[in-house]
Write a protein of this length. Structure first.
Length: 206
């Protein structure tokens, strides 16, 4: 274990802090701390950073409600960077994305397809209505159409599950998940919101 005095802050008195999700390990954001904001973070158990542009402290979630509750703080081998694992109350990014790291730098490198990826694609289609897109069609028809499709796909999942056909059940569940995520985007619900709700229920054997 090391103390704050052993950390190597830069010439501006700052140290980069990479924030990760304590449950999934996903990288959420990068911010900077000085010695005082780090002390505040430790004392309050929630992330507090130093804003380089505003020249002031900012507690994550102070206005948005998306507070990050600290689970652990680790320094790298050179003691000039931090990794902070957190349990978060909402999206990490000001755009509403679960993580700030969602822009693909090299288009030739395929991004692992996750529910967060699907959420971003659907969110983009909500804003940029591509003609001929089925997702665009659903948004244009509105919530009643989306809910009707969820009902239909739920029935298909039940039928497939009852048949015992695993491949067909996977196919129908994928359809259901997609339509549920269209509803989520329409209502401004993120995958992080669902994860937080599940976490609050303490899912698992007790």
């Amino acid at each position: 274990m090391i103390n704050i005095d052993e950390l190597r802050f830069d010439e501006n008195g700052l140290i980069p802090a990479v924030v990760t999700d304590a449950k999934s390990g996903a990288v959420l954001m990068l911010a900077y701390m000085n010695a005082e904001s780090l002390k505040i973070s430790v004392a309050e158990g929630r992330t507090c950073f130093w804003s380089r542009s505003r020249k002031e402290f900012w507690r994550k979630g102070e206005t948005s409600g998306n507070v990050q509750h600290i689970v652990s703080i680790r320094a790298d081998c050179d003691k000039d960077a931090l990794v902070i694992a957190v349990n978060k109350d909402g999206p990490a990014c000001h755009t509403g994305a679960d993580s700030c790291f969602f822009e693909d730098v090299f288009g030739s490198l395929a991004e692992p397809f996750t529910l967060d990826t699907l959420h971003r694609i659907i969110e983009d289609r909500k804003i940029n209505r591509k003609p001929g897109s089925y997702t665009t069609y659903l948004f244009e028809k509105g919530v009643d159409k989306i809910l009707k499709k969820i009902g239909e796909e739920s029935t298909e999942v039940i039928i497939a599950g009852k048949s015992g056909n695993k491949a067909e059940t996977i196919y129908e569940i994928a359809d259901l998940v997609y339509h549920v995520m269209v509803l989520m985007a329409d209502m401004g619900i993120s995958p992080g919101d669902i994860r937080s709700e599940l976490s609050s229920r303490h899912v698992g054997d007790e």
